[in-house]
Design a protein around this ligand. Structure first.
Ligand code: SF4
Length: 285
């Protein structure tokens, strides 16, 4: 098998750029969704807030300033071809990614938000590392990297629940809607809602995060789940929480569901809440 060599500096440099880009430049589909919501919004005060969020994103891009002061935990989705060899061999791809995150957060003047240990000392690592890295091996000789800068306020409101296999879609729709209601203003609406259904305990949570990476204009290709996405979005938007939690029609911009096979006795469901600063960037090397 022909192996392609990729230098670890190349990976570090790509991740550095992705960290900066994701924190400064809101993806087009998110900006479009905010603009669409602003046009449709019936409450003047909510319209004004959406306009401010759009202006904020534009200023961030033009003036190279972070979209939000919380520049997030770097969550990295790595899909690496089985024909890729990293050099030098004494460095792992995780080392390269963490180097890139450290450089990106330093050079981009982005807030470093990672503590080395979660309960006792909670000392800031001062590098925004380690990143959370999810790796998948794929055929071929390319590396796909996506960096998501995940804010703490919205991540804190995410939830997981094991449903009974006999529970129906309405029960899940209600629970996802309740999750958004409980998140309220603290998770900086309008939200993007990632839902994972199936898998096991940990796979389900990962599915809910991966669901956030879908284009906001897309739908699940299975019509059952596509309809469920629409129904959840409609229910969440009828809560009236609105942008910044101050009322309005726009509590969520999109709902994406991703699914996986699961045990016959299980029905795991996870909701990953994302705020209006829905920041992610990708590259293929
Ligand atoms: S939840 Fe999002 S918008 Fe709110 S402070 Fe955190 S990163 Fe910023």
């Amino acid at each position: 098998m022909n192996m392609r060599t990729v230098k670890s500096e190349q990976i570090a440099s790509a991740v550095e750029k992705l960290c900066i880009q994701s924190c400064l430049d809101l993806p087009k589909d998110v900006l479009d969704a905010l603009q669409k919501a602003e046009k449709k919004e019936s409450l003047d005060s909510a319209k004004k807030i959406l306009n401010q969020l759009i202006e904020n994103a534009k200023i961030a891009k033009e003036q190279k300033l972070p979209i939000c002061q919380d520049t997030g935990l770097a969550v990295v989705f790595l899909r690496i071809g089985s024909q890729v060899k990293i050099e030098p061999q004494d460095q792992t791809i995780s080392d390269a990614i963490n180097k890139g995150v450290e450089n990106g957060y330093e050079k981009g003047n982005l807030r470093k938000s990672v503590v080395a240990e979660p309960l006792n000392a909670r000392k800031n690592t001062q590098t925004n590392t380690p990143a959370v890295i999810h790796t998948e091996i794929i055929p071929g000789d390319k590396i796909h990297i996506t960096v998501m800068a995940k804010g703490g306020g919205c991540e804190n409101k995410s939830r997981f629940k094991m449903f009974l296999p006999t529970d129906d879609r309405e029960k899940i729709i209600d629970w996802v809607t309740q999750t958004a209601a409980q998140a309220g203003a603290n998770a900086c609406p309008p939200f993007v809602i990632g839902v994972g259904i199936g898998g096991d305990f940990e796979q389900c949570c990962l599915l809910s995060k991966k669901a956030l990476l879908r284009n906001l204009n897309s739908q699940n290709t299975d019509p059952f789940y596509g309809q469920m996405e629409k129904d959840i979005l409609q229910k969440i938007n009828s809560l009236g929480i609105g942008p910044s939690g101050l009322g309005g029609d726009t509590t969520a911009l999109a709902v994406s569901i991703e699914t996986a096979p699961c045990h016959i006795a299980s029905l795991p469901v996870a909701v990953n809440i994302e705020c209006h600063a829905h920041r992610h960037s990708s590259i293929e090397i």
